[in-house]
Design a protein around this ligand. Sequence first.
Ligand SMILES: O=C(O)c1ccccc1NCC(=O)[C@H](O)[C@H](O)COP(=O)(O)O
Length: 241
Amino acid sequence: MPKLELLPAVDVRDGQAVRLVHGESGSETSYGSPLEAALAWQNAGAEWLHLVDLDAAFGTGDNRALIAEVAGAMDIKVELSGGIRDDASLAAALATGCRRVNLGTAALETPEWVAKVIAEHGDKIAVGLDVRGTTLRGRGWTRDGGDLYETLARLDSEGCARYVVTDIAKDGTLQGPNLELLRDVCAATDKPVVASGGVSSLDDLRAISSLVPQGVEGAIVGKALYAKAFTLEEALKAVSG
Ligand SMILES: O=C(O)c1ccccc1NCC(=O)[C@H](O)[C@H](O)COP(=O)(O)O
């Protein structure tokens, strides 16, 4: 049985590594240099980094140069998210050398473009399914964007390789992941699922690990690491099987 992949998160707002609550703009707690945070996760043994340009996601500018610097400094795989919605932003994201990008808003607002780039770039494209209940949210999670399962069926039919599933109600809250949502999404698709939002403890990671046979491939961990609920070394050990 493959082990759960862990993706420590570095979310960047106004040049700083931050954590948000429920992904809400204005709820930031700052944790300093994004590059230092990313290097710390790499040095602690991470195989992946989840790197988010929150300004690009919210439409309040971007941190493109800094994101490229951080991604370029990594020896590990990088998953890049935030504001990737057209050819120019996708080209800039892929030019960082990242392993894959997450599309969010684009999958809701410009489905033809998303189908095209899935066909062109295969598993370099993942789609972030960010939900409240079963309603998708776009534009930095501020606008409703349709039904989770209808969108999932459409993306599956277009060959989408992977989904990053976030329960916004859990994100940044340290309240534990929404395991029921993860189970339901895994039951609705054969494609791998990366769990995001709410991880608070090593037991949460073990619970997500128990869903690997159902299709959960990885877990993004943000707040818990910054709040020192556990170390990344402890997390990697907990999911090592
Ligand atoms: O990923 C995005 O594009 C995004 C857009 C708007 C708000 C937040 C966004 N991402 C947040 C994350 O990916 C978090 O880092 C991740 O869910 C970790 O959550 P947690 O472990 O609860 O801090």
